[in-house]
Design a protein around this ligand. Structure first.
Ligand SMILES: NC(=O)c1ccc[n+]([C@@H]2O[C@H](COP(=O)([O-])OP(=O)(O)OC[C@H]3O[C@@H](n4cnc5c(N)ncnc54)[C@H](O)[C@@H]3O)[C@@H](O)[C@H]2O)c1
Length: 336
């Protein structure tokens, strides 16, 4: 097969990472990058000799671009996904699918109508710390899930970066919620949440949300999501998961500082899983996410992230936010 032409829509932190991986894969050629910020677009495009645009429609208009990464901010995924689907492009969309259930409905309908592949970049499926226990669960290693706990905490800088336009559940919580949904693979019946606003109150959003999810089988999951860690917390992420089943348990502990260089002047903690480089090659979860997308485009294989789980995660986040705001549990009807 000829090289697959790639476009990257939005070249911020994630778009730059995707572009770096595409440059490394011989089966694709990065041909076009769009960002409102020309500096960001050039940083992603120039090393690959790709063309630069400010308007993402120009990327979709190119016949020599068959697949796109969409790395726009959380609140801006809808229109680009629908337009890309209409243009017949394969899509790797950074999580979340959407921050609004109505948007998610429109996006799923557009993707189904177009018959193209949409992989939502739920990175935990490409992080061995999460992917390996999930595979064990799926081959029956711990029996049926009774209860799950998951945590994902960041410093407030994550909230500040997005200026209150996304929430701790939409940005962080969606990772664990989608993961647990894809593990249990059964309907959610009820969602209850409590939240607190202190550090992010000026942004009009919550600092912390604690969510309880009841599944159709009776299994329960509890989630702790917050962006209140001290800003000095290195690697900026405290994530854990315990899933207890009838025959055993899964335990995931993503301790933030497991590899460090400590000099007289500073402590440097290394990224060993997300986007590290080895011998000048990008490796890690984002590499595998993008490579998996390219494999899906090349071979037609099913994406590791089911669109139905990415969609349900949006509904659960929405229900949790409604519950936290109203102080009442929210029942979820089976989705269409
Ligand atoms: N999978 C993960 O682990 C992970 C981690 C971080 C972020 N994300 C997701 O990736 C997405 C992007 O996040 P980010 O951290 O890269 O954000 P970012 O703010 O670093 O980058 C966003 C970029 O989009 C550009 N942009 C905004 N509107 C645009 C428009 N209309 N047209 C063209 N360019 C536009 C901005 O100029 C900016 O360069 C978000 O949905 C976020 O939730 C995923």
């Amino acid at each position: 097969m000829n090289q697959i032409g790639i476009g990257v829509i939005a070249a911020g932190q994630m778009g730059q990472r995707h572009a770096n991986v595409y440059r490394q894969l011989p089966e694709v050629q990065l041909r076009a990058v769009a960002d409102l910020n020309p500096q960001a677009a050039h940083a992603a495009a120039d090393p690959a000799g790709a063309d630069v645009y400010s308007d993402w429609h120009d990327v979709l208009a190119r016949d020599d671009v068959q697949a796109v990464s969409i790395c726009l901010p959380d609140w801006d995924h809808r229109d680009a996904v629908i337009a890309a689907a209409k243009a017949g492009k394969y899509i790797l969309l950074e999580k979340p699918l959407a921050i609004d259930v109505a948007d998610a409905d429109d996006m799923v309908a557009a993707v189904k109508r177009a018959g193209i592949t949409l992989l939502v970049g739920h990175t935990l499926h490409f992080d061995p710390r999460y992917a390996m226990p999930l595979a064990d669960y799926r081959r029956g290693a711990i029996g049926d899930i009774i209860h799950v706990f998951a945590r994902r905490n960041n410093p407030i800088t994550s909230a500040e970066k997005f200026e209150g336009n996304t929430t701790v559940l939409q940005f962080l919580g969606i990772h664990d919620i989608e993961y647990v949904l894809s593990m249990l693979d059964e309907p959610v019946v009820r969602v209850t949440a409590e939240s607190h606003q202190v550090l992010a109150a000026d942004l009009g959003i919550d600092d912390a949300v604690f969510t309880l999810v009841k599944f159709a089988s009776g299994a329960v999951a509890s989630f702790e999501h917050a962006w209140t860690l001290p800003v000095q917390t290195y690697r900026a992420l405290d994530a854990r998961l315990d899933a207890v089943g009838t025959q055993g348990m899964l335990r995931i502990d993503c301790a933030p500082a497991t590899s460090m260089t400590i000099s007289q002047q500073e402590v440097e903690t290394h990224d060993t899983w997300y986007g590290p480089t080895l011998d000048e090659d990008y490796v890690g979860a984002i590499f595998h996410e993008v490579k998996h997308f390219v494999d899906c485009v090349r071979t037609g294989k099913e994406p590791a992230v089911k669109l139905s789980h990415a969609y349900e995660a949006v509904r659960v986040v929405d229900a949790a936010q409604q519950s936290a705001a109203s102080g009442r549990p929210v029942s979820l009807a089976a989705s269409k």
